[in-house]
Design a protein around this ligand. Structure first.
Ligand code: ZN
Length: 494
């Protein structure tokens, strides 16, 4: 016969074999405890703070207030982690702690990654990753690493093209596909570039504020049943990813009369909607939003939409003869803080200032790759304004192509520390390289006070490379790789 145990976490059932299962949780409500859940007992115990055996194997999991095994009397321990949380990650674009002077929405992180160089040898010689992890089965995806309001750090990969929430079980060393709970919304969003927003203070299991094809939702993980649920914030078909600016959340959506901007202020009762350019805006193909100086900008092949809380959105088309080059990296920042985008007209490659009608433009001597203040002309880093000449430290750099991947901006804006892909002996055009028309050996390099070659890889689509931080490692993922590659922060490489 079954026994029932009431504990601080909820209600546990003990079956006739002495196995325990959680039947009701304070945080997650009624639970259909399944044999699969029992197979994940170690993982669940850590996340919810249940007891686990230390010296016996009578059962894999025990109610959270049990100190001794009821079968044999040997001591149990509570599985909740005593370790302090690792740095959190919602994508380089979702970094709340970035300085006010840095644009948000670009691959720039405030997580201090400088310590990756400790114990490694500077120079061109090729290092190896310190560790590897299976890639999530479905890509492309965005990664988040956090406690998510639970009791242990975990890694999530959301495949936004294939409606798949993937969860890394560090005990079984496998990716689990998290199922939708009841009437939870689908998680696909493919109309425009993907961007999710980290919760300010996550409720239990809260992962992010996510755009989907049917609306804007708060996404919650139930780790016990390996399922997710969604809570609606705005249920209209979205056409852009959401942005956060001055405590407002905003996104573009489609209504019967065209594209509009929706916005809501934290804790304010009523959202607001604004018409945009008479409803005549494109309903797909928007970039991730970029925010700077209390203003949000969504970029499009035809122009850009600029919005400040309290004002009407402003649609600013590009000049007729100018075409943006988004694959070159995105918005860059001049020394005075203004944002610029590289494109092409008959004069060649030019930068156009963002956020102002018919903004000024600056002609350059060739393609530059990068974003924010992390810009390269071939193999030379451009340290002043993005259109300035690159700094020549090594003549060989004129024959290399460097593709910036991630900028780690902790403190001093002038100190550029980050991850790049470097193609040596490069001939051809940057555009062909970025579009995946060529496949070449590249070096993965860390650029800081010194240059460290972390690894070598043959990469045909460099723009699909993404970096994330999880459990004090910098990880790299590419959809073509079976395994992700990780480098220890704080003294790896030894
Ligand atoms: Zn026992």
């Amino acid at each position: 016969m079954a026994f029932t145990w009431e504990t601080p976490k909820g209600v546990w059932q003990e079956d006739e074999n002495g196995s325990f299962g959680l039947s009701r949780s304070k945080d997650f409500g009624e639970i259909a405890w399944s044999p699969e859940a029992t197979g994940r007992a170690a993982d669940i115990a850590q996340l919810i703070g249940a007891s686990v055996p230390t010296q016996c194997s009578c059962a894999p999991i025990f109610p959270d207030d049990f100190a001794h095994c009821p079968e044999c009397g040997k001591p149990l321990r509570n599985a909740a982690s005593n370790a302090k949380p690792a740095p959190e990650w919602w994508g380089p674009c979702g970094d709340h702690s970035l300085s006010e002077l840095a644009p948000k929405g670009l691959p720039i992180t405030a997580v201090n990654l400088d310590s990756i160089v400790r114990g490694r040898t500077a120079g061109q010689s090729t290092g190896r990753p310190d560790t590897t992890m299976l890639s999530p089965p479905l890509a492309p995806c965005v990664f988040a690493s956090s406690r998510f309001g639970l009791l242990a750090d975990r890694l999530i990969a959301l495949s936004f093209e294939q409606n798949a929430l993937q969860y890394w079980d560090p005990h079984e060393k496998q990716w689990l596909r998290i199922a939708a709970d009841g009437d939870a919304a689908g998680l696909s969003f493919t109309r425009s570039a993907y961007y999710w927003i980290r919760p300010a203070v996550p409720e239990t299991g809260e992962i992010a504020l996510v755009p989907t094809d049917s609306g804007l939702y708060r996404l919650f993980l139930n780790p016990v049943t390996a399922s997710y649920l969604t809570r609606p914030v705005w249920e209209k078909p979205l056409v852009s990813a959401p942005a956060q600016v001055q405590q407002h959340t905003a996104c573009l959506y489609k209504d019967s009369d065209g594209v509009r901007l929706w916005t809501a202020k934290a804790r304010a009762p009523q959202p607001q909607v604004y018409p945009c350019a008479g409803g005549q805006l494109p309903d797909n193909g928007w970039s991730r939003p970029i925010t700077l100086n209390g203003q949000v900008i969504w970029l499009h092949q035809r122009g850009h939409l600029v919005w400040k809380p309290g004002a009407e959105p402003q649609w600013l088309p590009w000049r007729a003869d100018w075409e943006p080059r988004f694959s070159f990296g995105g918005a860059t920042q001049s020394r005075d803080g203004r944002l610029w985008l590289m494109g092409q007209n008959e004069q060649g490659f030019t930068y156009v200032q963002l956020g102002v009608p018919d903004g000024p433009s600056t002609v350059t001597d060739g393609a530059r790759l990068g974003f924010g203040s992390f810009v390269f002309r071939l193999g030379h880093q451009v340290l002043e304004d993005p259109w300035d000449a690159g700094t020549v430290e090594d003549e060989n750099d004129a024959h290399a192509l460097v593709v910036p991947v991630l900028l780690s901006q902790s403190g001093d804006r002038r100190k550029r520390t980050g991850l790049v892909l470097r193609y040596d002996h490069f001939v051809g055009t940057a555009a062909a390289m970025l579009d995946g028309r060529e496949e070449r050996d590249a070096k993965l390099q860390w650029i800081g006070d010194q240059i460290i070659t972390l690894d070598r890889a043959r990469i045909s689509t460099p723009l699909e490379l993404s970096a994330f931080v999880h459990e004090d490692h910098l990880w790299l993922h590419h959809p073509d790789w079976r395994e992700m590659r990780g480098w220890r922060l704080n003294g790896g490489g030894k």
